[in-house]
Design a protein around this ligand. Structure first.
Ligand code: AMP
Ligand code: MN
Ligand code: MN
Ligand code: MN
Length: 299
């Protein structure tokens, strides 16, 4: 059997709903051999995930999904894989983003209060359970309070550009994000490239800048890409000589659209990111993939 990769997932350390250890156990149940935990702007869940991965026989890639402000007002997500989570430059960079997140969450609360929605910050904070607060935590609070019927509707009404609870991002520059990733020994991947509202020209421009900065791969197969988008991204990726990545962007069982272990295969024209010379020891990966399932894996 070929090695199964999922290089994009979230835990309670950001806006996922499973603890890092639960996420790892689910990945093992879904026959994933190599899982990257890539929480938004932090690596707080990595140690717990690594510990559990060691127990169940799965290779855990230490990752993060870094928020980047690009162009006039775009937010782009850059995934760092195989990160040294003790690297001080990476940690300092992520710390700055978390401070912005803290201020942003308070500002979202103030803006919603002006629209007569009281207690949103406290509500979001309760959903985040002491972890970094994201828009998803506000979304859960607003749905719970009956302001919208589901996540899709609540984002559309309150949390996207032009809506009352939207605060423009002051994230990392593309240059900084790639610098932090590279200094921490990792590879940089553009997450879910078909999700950004970029024209073909702007997307090419993004790929060009990303490549010039030493970026490695495009997330061709994503839980949020349609089959057509996968083919389109595969062509773009090969056309410019980038490698390709695969990630579910799993956030937990509440989101039925992005499941784990159900991704389509990578188009054969692509060169996988894990085949790059920089990728971490393939011997370790193979060992994890062939380890017997010895533990009970109930979630
Ligand atoms: P943040 O990084 O806090 O601004 O939040 C971004 C996260 O919100 C994404 O990673 C998704 O998990 C979630 N998200 C963004 N847009 C939507 C949407 N339209 N519906 C549901 N979740 C969304
Ligand atoms: Mn998210
Ligand atoms: Mn993302
Ligand atoms: Mn993600």
């Amino acid at each position: 059997m070929s090695v199964q990769y999922d290089l994009h997932s979230h835990s309670t350390a950001s806006d996922g709903s499973l603890r890092p250890s639960e996420l790892v156990r689910l990945a093992k149940l879904r026959h994933i051999d190599v899982l990257a935990l890539t929480d938004h702007d932090n690596i707080d869940g990595i140690r717990e995930a690594q510990l559990e991965a060691g127990k169940v026989g799965l290779h855990l890639v230490a990752g993060a999904e870094i928020s980047v402000s690009w162009g006039r007002s775009e937010t782009i997500h850059i995934i760092g894989l195989n990160l040294d989570i003790d690297n001080p430059i990476l940690l300092k960079g992520l710390q700055r983003l978390c401070e912005f997140r803290q201020w942003r969450s308070e500002e979202i609360g103030r803006r919603l209060a002006k629209k007569h929605i009281e207690g949103a910050w406290e509500g979001a904070r309760a959903f985040a359970k002491g972890n970094i607060i994201g828009r998803v935590h506000f979304a859960r609070f607003l749905v719970e309070q009956g302001h919208a019927k589901d996540m899709k509707q609540v984002f559309k009404r309150y949390l996207v550009q032009g809506k009352p609870g939207y605060v423009p991002g002051d994230w990392a520059t593309l240059e900084d994000a790639l610098d932090w990733i590279h200094r921490a020994g990792g590879q940089a991947v553009i997450a879910h490239p078909a999700r950004y509202r970029l024209s073909a020209t702007r997307l090419r421009q993004l790929l060009g800048e990303f490549q010039e900065l030493g970026g490695s791969a495009l997330e061709v197969v994503s839980g949020s890409h349609s089959r057509d988008e996968i083919q389109h991204m595969a062509q773009l990726c090969c056309g410019c000589g980038l490698r390709a990545s695969v990630g579910s962007d799993y956030h937990g069982p509440e989101n039925p659209y992005m499941d784990m272990g159900k991704l389509p295969a990578m188009p054969t024209i692509c060169v996988p990111v894990w085949e790059s010379p920089a990728w971490s020891s393939s011997r370790e990966v193979q060992q994890a993939a062939s380890a017997p399932d010895t533990l009970p894996l109930a979630l």
